[in-house]
Design a protein around this ligand. Sequence first.
Ligand code: SAM
Length: 349
Amino acid sequence: MTHMTPHVADTFVFQAAACRTLGSPFTANLCELLLSNLDESSRFGARIIGWPDSARADALALRACGALHWLARSGKARDLAALYPPLETRPDVLWEAVKTAIDRHDDALHDFLDSPPQTNEVSRSSALLGMTLKFAQRWKMPLALYEIGASAGLNLAFDNYRYRLGEDREWGKSDALVEIESQWRGPLPPLEAELEVVSRAGCDRNPLDPHEPQSIERLLAYIWPDQRERIERISAALMAAASMPYVVDRADAADWVEARLAESPTEGVVRVFFHTIVWQYLSEDTKDRIMAAFEVAGAAATEETPLIWMYMEAEDHPAGAVLKQTVWPGGKIETAGLADYHGRWVDWV
Ligand SMILES: C[S@@+](CC[C@H](N)C(=O)[O-])C[C@H]1O[C@@H](n2cnc3c(N)ncnc32)[C@H](O)[C@@H]1O
């Protein structure tokens, strides 16, 4: 028995299944507890139950679970935090603590629901590394990086991380603050290629500032509490990013891409524009403008001023996110492989 309307209930059912598949049984259970027990006696509950038809698109279940994790991490609800992972708690015991926390912190939890969930998954960097190593090998030129929808910009620093790509396959400095483990399937990218990055730039409609504790706490709240390694990895990447010189501009993707592509290219530098799990959030108009800007700039690209548009995006593939690149001059579209949404594996072609 649930108090939720069918479309809200559907969002929680969908999210529970997704969390189970992606390795967060705790968040799956929490979605199911909210589905079965949440009622309208709190502002938090009433807002969720009365959410409009856009509940799935608004990732409502992730907003609700993020709100509770944020509260648990804040130190203001110790009874709730004590029952969070790594402890395994009986569902009825957890629900009692969740209910008490909702009663005591109703306004704060209610307000947390305002913003869409925003993360920055640093493990996606392993796919970016593989793709860019191939460009470095092919052109033997340094790269200028441009990230669309960069969030906190953690993936813009992918060449500063250390990677373990399976047995005896490593890349990066041994003293790197961030270590990423990704199961690499298929042929290896050219790990010996010389990868030099001469510039980094990014945009996001809501950039997260690694210097600003509140936005960082919000970002960490959306990481599932039983995925300790992700929390630790992203915390380390945030620490590293705080001392990096690049900034993520607050800008709409289309405006920013048009402006960056209108700049004169530097000879002997490969321009690499990229995005990971962003395309689905862009409007049709924004996507059309970005594609048109690439066509125009691509037509002017030469072997001395190459242009690449690469991405890791959903594209409705059942197993993972598709890795693709369009390369100018020529405009050839190439598929590089498939990757797990959280970077746990890469299937390389
Ligand atoms: C799912 S997150 C992915 C963030 C990052 N690329 C990653 O892989 O961790 C999607 C990002 O796209 C940004 N975004 C959505 N629409 C945008 C737009 N029109 N212009 C710029 N950024 C946008 C969001 O703010 C968010 O940071």
